[in-house]
Design a binder for this molecule. Structure first.
Ligand SMILES: [Zn+2]
Length: 314
């Protein structure tokens, strides 16, 4: 039995076919082109699913969809997707009608959390918190072996937990959010304030093929011994530790999985992050929790496919 996983991104929409063990059998992608509107998108999405069904037929039993934004998992409606500029778009209903397959939709970080739980951790932990550290910060929770939704399906907005009263402005419009310090854009904004002579810095530390002032460049600089870069990463670790400490105290997870582009700088932010976690007074949950980093860039789409299968076959 096979499942389709779909990741609806701002630029591309990715489809994968995986088996129950999470092994990838096929992948496709098409341009999301949000400006053409939801109706056009659903039509193209339905056609892409149909194309996969021509290849895999009855082996395909389910569809799982992850989308960035506020998702209502019960009604299958994408309530708000800031990166697409869409509000209240029905996705699950129309797609089920077109394909005849059971579909489940979740926030993309929830699907990445499910991917971490099934693929990375092989369901060894019942209580898992996953943080996706990219341009923004998302999170998802598996509690008691189930994906946790909260009352409105919004659970897991860890990026907007406040870590600094009246602090830096966040993309959500609030101030002092975790994302306003530890999202990749925010990290580079802090770096820009500290590092003078950006052009020289890029020349020295950016990867040859991508001449950009980004977190890869900042990691290369830390690696080369640049003090400012190391300071920015240590600060990032402290902020991340502060956000994570609160989440760990509330949830008491057995494992925390960090994933996304920023997590590749683990060597430079993890020590400071661990120090903050180690300094907590109520320390039992911190002594027990395992912190894992996943470099698997496909956790979201593969997790979506596995979640769809889990739902359809239970
Ligand atoms: Zn925010």
């Amino acid at each position: 039995m096979l499942g389709i996983g779909i990741d609806i991104g701002g630029t591309n929409t990715k489809l994968v076919v995986v088996n129950r063990a999470g092994k990838l059998l096929a992948q496709e992608r098409f341009k999301t082109e949000a400006v053409k509107g939801p109706a056009s998108f659903i039509k193209r999405l339905g056609a892409a699913v149909e194309a996969l069904r021509r290849d895999y037929g009855r082996q395909l039993v389910s569809v799982g969809i992850g989308a960035a934004g506020d998702v209502d998992p019960d009604s299958g409606v994408l309530r708000f997707a800031p990166n697409l500029g869409w509000r209240n778009v029905k996705i699950v209903g129309p797609l089920e009608k077109m394909t005849g397959l059971p579909c489940a939709m979740e926030n993309d970080a929830n699907m990445a959390a499910w991917g971490a739980y099934e693929i990375e951790l092989k369901k060894k932990y019942d209580n898992v918190l996953a943080l996706t550290l990219g341009t923004g910060i998302g999170s998802g929770m598996i509690l008691g072996g189930k994906l946790y939704h909260g009352a409105t399906g919004t659970a897991g907005e860890a990026g907007h937990v406040k870590i600094e009263p009246g602090g830096r402005l966040c993309g959500c419009g609030g101030k002092g959010c975790l994302e306003a310090y530890c999202g990749s854009r925010a990290i580079m904004a802090r770096a820009r304030e500290l590092i003078k002579g950006e052009a020289d810095f890029i020349k020295k530390f950016a990867d040859a093929d991508r001449q950009r002032f980004n977190t890869i460049c900042l990691t290369n600089a830390a690696e080369a011994g640049n003090a400012a870069a190391r300071r920015i990463w240590a600060e990032t670790g402290r902020y991340l530790g502060m956000g994570l400490a609160g989440l760990i105290l509330v949830l008491n997870p057995g494992c925390v999985v960090l994933t996304g582009g920023v997590s590749r700088a683990r060597k430079w932010f993890l020590p400071a992050m661990r120090r903050v976690l180690g300094d907590q007074q109520i320390n039992t949950p911190f002594r027990r929790v395992k912190i894992k980093i996943s470099d698997d860039a496909d956790l979201g789409s593969h997790g979506a496919a596995l979640f769809g299968l889990e739902r359809a076959l239970k």
